[in-house]
Design a protein. Structure first.
Length: 251
């Protein structure tokens, strides 16, 4: 059965995107414990602003990385449930990976490759990749690392940001920051709107490395009360080599 490959890469892309970890948005460990809640909140907000500014600047200069995306619950317009991949934009955009998507109610695994300006996927025909041209109508994979539209943009525009404690994420010490993102910015990042049209913001949590690198280690959004999208990042600066499928479509 040949399936809307649009669904794969939109999903895969949304995943490859980028983009986003959602999990502890509802538990804010910040300001309630102390009697000096006002002072604590002000300090926490100031610290969050400084950390986000630094992380956004670092993200603008990231040319490649590994992404792991996980989805819990039903997210509007998103059929992907899992994605693992690599992406880089130097010297040109390249990406490879695998994604799991819901076809009806059944999960289906698919490969995706972005090479030489073309997007390929074997969704619905395992091992045989279809060429989707530049993939612009499906997903613009370069948006993740775009300094004006991608992850750096989301970091720089996080609203009501507050430090919510520290956590280890994949053995990396991080500072956890909660806030809200513009629903439009998240839609641009994911390649599709993940919230209702009436929603202007999306609860967002980010984890910034506290080892001096200020890398964005994880991002999490909560499109609905019962769903979340989580993106975990590593191997910042990774150079990705993507080879287009063989002439017979084997991939």
């Amino acid at each position: 059965m040949k399936l809307p490959s649009h669904t794969v890469v939109a999903a895969a892309a949304a995943a490859l995107a980028v983009v986003l970890a959602i999990g502890g948005c509802s538990s804010n460990g910040g300001s309630g414990a102390s009697g000096k809640s006002g002072t604590t909140a002000t300090t926490s907000t100031g610290e969050a602003s400084a950390l986000l500014k630094q992380a956004a600047e670092v993200m603008r200069n990231v040319t490649g990385m590994h992404l792991s995306l996980r989805v819990q619950g039903e997210v509007p317009n998103l059929r992907v449930t899992k994605l693992d991949g690599d992406i880089s934009n130097t010297p040109q955009t390249a990406a490879t990976g695998t994604a799991t998507l819901l076809v009806g109610k059944s999960p289906e695994d698919a490969k995706f490759i972005y090479a030489d300006g073309h997007l390929y996927s074997d969704l619905g025909q395992s091992g045989k990749c279809t060429d989707f041209g530049n993939g612009a109508s499906i997903y613009n994979v370069s948006v993740l690392l775009d300094p004006n539209k991608g992850l750096a943009n989301v970091l720089s525009k996080l609203q009501d940001a507050t430090v919510a404690g520290t956590e280890n994420v994949n053995d990396v010490a991080t500072t956890k920051i909660t806030g809200k993102s513009s629903a439009d910015d998240i839609a641009t990042l994911a390649g599709t709107r993940l919230t209702e049209q009436s929603d202007s913001t999306v609860p967002t949590t980010v984890w910034i490395a506290s080892d001096g690198s200020s890398h964005l280690v994880q991002m999490q959004i909560k499109p609905t009360n019962d769903s979340s999208v989580t993106i975990t990042m590593s191997d910042w600066g990774k150079q990705v080599t993507a080879t287009k499928p063989a002439p017979d479509g084997t991939c």
